[in-house]
Design a protein. Sequence first.
Length: 637
Amino acid sequence: MKTYKKIGLAAFAAVSIVACKPKGTQTAVSGDAAEKVYVAPGKHDEVYNFVSGGFNGQISVVGLPSGRTLKIVPVFSVHPENGYGFSEETKPMLETSHGFVPWDDQHHLALSQTNGEIDGRYLFANANNTPRVAKIDLTTFKTTEIIEIPNSAGNHSSPFLTENTEYVVAGTRFAVPVDGQGDVPIESFKENFKGYLSFIGIGKEDGKMDITFQIEAPGFNFDLSHAGKGKSHGWFFFSCYNSEQANTLLEVNASQNEKDFIMAVNWKKAEEYLKAGKAKKMAVEYAHNTFDESTQMAKSEILKEVSVLSAKELKDICYLIPCPKSPHGCDIDPTGEYIIGSGKLAALIPVFSFDKLMKAIADKNFSGEFDGIPIVKYDAVLHGEVQKPGLGPLHTEFDGKGNAYTSMFVSSEVVKWDIATCKVLDRTPTFYSVGHLMIPGGDTKNPYGKYLVAYNKITKDRYLPTGPELTQSAQLFDISGDKMKLLLDFPTIGEPHYAQAGPAALFTKNQIKFYKLEDNKHPYATKGEAESKVVREGNKVHVYMTSIRSHFAPDNIEGVKVGDEVYFHVTNLEQDWDVPHGFAVKGAQNAELLIMPGETCTLKWVPLKPGMYPMYCTDFCSALHQEMQGYVRVSPA
Ligand code: CUK
Ligand code: CUA
């Protein structure tokens, strides 16, 4: 760290590409680590950790402190293991205005909150590539809703939520021309490219997502954000930068401000303007996909309009706080007073004060404006700067005891500092190049504390090699004492970015163990073997099929012809926890089905050649599982 001051910006940029191994650091595993992470056979973990899958597109559920993977929740990528995106019921979940998009890049997660605390109801997730936000129902761990974000490209600044889950918010990563008007010269950035922030309202009772309004801001690229809480409830804070040179920044005191900001957004004020009819209706196209738990069918609708408020015209909903050098993370402490911007290339971490921001806005203590948005003076809103925190600050979380923890990507470490004094208290190496870090409840009003998990970008020598691609990984630290202590390394599914976590009891209390057969309103449900049948409608063949330990009904099917569209609607008649049945047929173009007790799932198959096609249950369900099979005879057309 000694040489830190002497590294010029150019050198800094170079090291930021290749992360360095922390110096002089042995693997300092805590002496009592084994005891602290050991969860005895048959015992449950203390915490649920929901981890983003990055380019894997899914979310994994990990128990802490053991690091055991409990489940992969399919969200934005098809998942052959349980037929997500392959079954007729779930295909509509992956529809977009660009058609069926069966993959995405999933980075950030947000657990629903009530009064600023995790309430265990929903988990929200973003898709970066084709901009979407998903909702996972935590009673079933199923993705039940996906909404596409119009006027947006790269949905990285998302999802972030307000303290009562009034809104889930998504900012565009790429400034873009509005939807439908994208065929313009790239040179016309200044006139045509805008940065949109989407406020997705969450229904109080049904949890349904609806894009209540968008705010049209200048051509910024938005990065991470967090909502205000407590005293700052009603505000949102986004880190942002303007990668193009087209702007009106010349009026600004350039040395300090450069071109990077935290944008403070007064969303309560925006709501007032919306109510007062100040929004314009804009024609757009975006998909809204919902999974109906009673029929167990998803449907996809294309919506065609969105309400847009202009930050420039309305003047007092957006303000810019200068923030040095490519801010990435933007985090709000549990009290709602401190706003922490992490400039990836900055040599310090600025901490802004919400009270000072309010005063600066009231006093119009501005240094200029950027495309109509006032810029408050850096010094007027600064609480303090954390000096020499390390290299490459990215993300900050909190323990609720007045401490902040920031990930340092370039110097591969986590740094603990005191929010009041901005003094560094402790630092610990990570292996290697930590991106996000996460403390259970660490972005809420009431952090659970105790653990910190670092999600690392590179593992190099930490695990058994597996060819050119090595596992991604997380590291668990004990933060209950003054010093952070390394407890455990554990591999992750895909590339982990952000994660969320909370005490297990918040989630276990709501679990649904199976679906009640009597409540199954699926149009092709078969509620008893006596009702099983094969129905032909033109070239469509509907097989109303049941599964129960250990047979299918019907299990021998004749009368199917080459080129028919065969739909196997399989209802699992079991009414007990943890008894799924699988279903697969030879040559089927889709994946298998994995049908939960009381559920109906549908596999579509178009046989291309005459012959005898075996089908079978893929999930070992009883001693007679291997007998759970049948035949489909396919005759020439
Ligand atoms: S990003 Cu991954 S390290 Cu997409 Cu939140 Cu900061
Ligand atoms: Cu049902 Cu194996």
